[in-house]
Design a protein around this ligand. Structure first.
Ligand SMILES: Cc1ncc(COP(=O)(O)O)c(C=O)c1O
Length: 425
């Protein structure tokens, strides 16, 4: 089939009619499919079930002899800190192991900076006339929700193939001390599946910015490769920032939400010694310690980096066919037509589809009308506003392959129908 831009009116009318007929057939199937959120599927959760049986009443002592059932060890048990330190490539003394959610650690990090002066800050951010964050977009909607909730103004920055537009990031940060942070998902980003280049990481670490500027380095997908021979990675950011003379610039986050259980994993953060001190002081008011029994269970199950990598290969075996199904259908339905583009991530949880400007909301609504639920259009942008209304996030992990096929086909039919209609209008 020729590209839409070279089709004459009759061909476009035929295309619109054909896609309308396909959509009617899809509607008649009364589908109820959901690709809205990046949740692991049941088979993925099942992979970690052996973990539940690993800790019994005799095994609740941590490696330092402390009783994991009791209060204490605010920073986490030593073996859990060591495991995360190994995974993140940082010293264990700079790791704090938290509860089950890294998002929770991120919220607390930003809220803490609003309430108490972080190292380098003249005052708590809430005492500043205005606080701004850079938001590489499309990005993770829950990062943007934290800013919205805490009254932080969001400045969108475009994502490029190698990470955020660094010329823009550098220009903005150098000129404006009210810019206090940037959200980064550096490996297999949500939703684009983009991995930052080493040069982008180096520029983030070394650029001119406010003395209390923080990089919220959300390494949610750094272990989540789809292909064993094509693993993306970024340089270790704490080291880069320290080498550039900005030791306190970065907070790094990760979790086992998509390694073991999304609702009962273990999260961790890493930061400079000064930041760790500041966090520890505040954390000690919030809690007397996180769930250390779960930390023990995780170390017993995952053991070390090799154990984690072996486990992640089992996830990849489940996820790879799903991603490949999405990409195969996108290619067959939309490839070469000049009406959509998308990325082919080598890991993570999402595929980002870009349709023509002004069509994303309509596509998502039409898909919903035939029983296919997608992430609301615009969700991946600050304030829920995609300025070009063209990004649609596809989350392939949860539905079985057969449902995914039906859902992506329906999505593509919606894109083709609306693109043809627009040209005919
Ligand atoms: C980029 C990113 N960060 C964090 C999270 C949530 O992590 P956690 O379950 O550790 O709170 C997600 C979940 O989808 C995510 O996509």
């Amino acid at each position: 089939m020729p590209s839409f831009s070279t089709m004459d009116r009759i061909a476009l009318q035929q295309e619109a009619e054909a896609q309308r007929a396909r959509l009617d057939a899809i509607a008649a199937r009364k589908l109820s499919l959901n690709m809205a959120r990046g949740k692991p599927c049941k088979a993925q959760l099942d992979l970690a079930d052996a973990m539940l049986a690993l800790i019994g009443p005799d095994g609740t002592k941590a490696s330092d002899g402390s009783d994991a059932r009791n209060y204490g060890l605010l920073e986490g048990i030593p073996e859990a800190r060591a495991l995360f330190a190994d995974l993140m490539g940082v010293p264990a003394a700079q790791v704090i192991v938290g509860g089950n959610s890294s998002l929770n650690l991120m919220y607390d990090a930003v809220a803490r900076a609003m309430l108490t002066a972080v190292p380098g800050a003249a005052r708590p951010w809430s005492k500043e006339p205005v606080v701004r964050f850079l938001c590489p977009s499309p990005g993770y909607d829950r990062h943007f929700a934290i800013c919205r909730e805490l009254g932080i103004e969001m400045l969108p920055v475009a994502m490029r193939a190698d990470g955020p537009d660094m010329d823009e990031v550098e220009r903005l940060c150098a000129a404006d001390d009210s810019i206090k942070g940037i959200w980064c998902v550096p490996v297999y980003s949500n939703p684009d599946g983009i991995t930052y280049s080493a040069d982008v990481c180096r520029r983030l670490a070394s650029m001119e910015a406010a003395p209390d500027f923080r990089i919220l380095w959300d390494n949610a997908y750094f272990l989540h490769h789809l292909y064993d021979d094509r693993k993306d990675a970024v340089p270790e950011m704490l080291g880069l920032c320290a080498a550039a003379g900005h030791s306190d610039r970065v907070y790094e986050f990760c979790s086992t939400s998509k390694v073991t259980y999304a609702g009962a994993g273990v999260a961790a953060l890493a930061a400079s010694p000064a930041n760790v001190d500041h966090i520890r002081r505040n954390l000690g008011i919030q809690t007397i310690g996180h769930d250390k029994v779960n930390q023990l269970r995780h170390v017993a199950f995952l053991k070390d980096r090799a154990g984690v990598e072996a486990h992640m290969r089992k996830h990849a075996a489940i996820l790879r066919p799903k991603f490949e199904t999405v990409l195969r259908i996108l290619d067959a339905e939309l490839g070469g037509k000049g009406i959509a583009e998308w990325n082919a991530p080598r890991g993570g949880y999402f595929v980002s589809l870009f349709v023509e400007d002004g069509l994303a909301k309509e596509v998502v609504a039409l898909a919903k009308s035939v029983g296919v639920e997608l992430t609301p259009a615009g969700a991946a942008y600050p304030y829920g506003k995609d300025p070009r209304d063209r990004n649609i996030r596809i989350a392939p992990s949860f539905p079985p392959v057969a449902e995914l096929e039906a859902a992506i086909e329906a999505l593509c039919v919606c894109v083709r129908l609306l693109s043809a209609r627009r040209r005919l209008a």
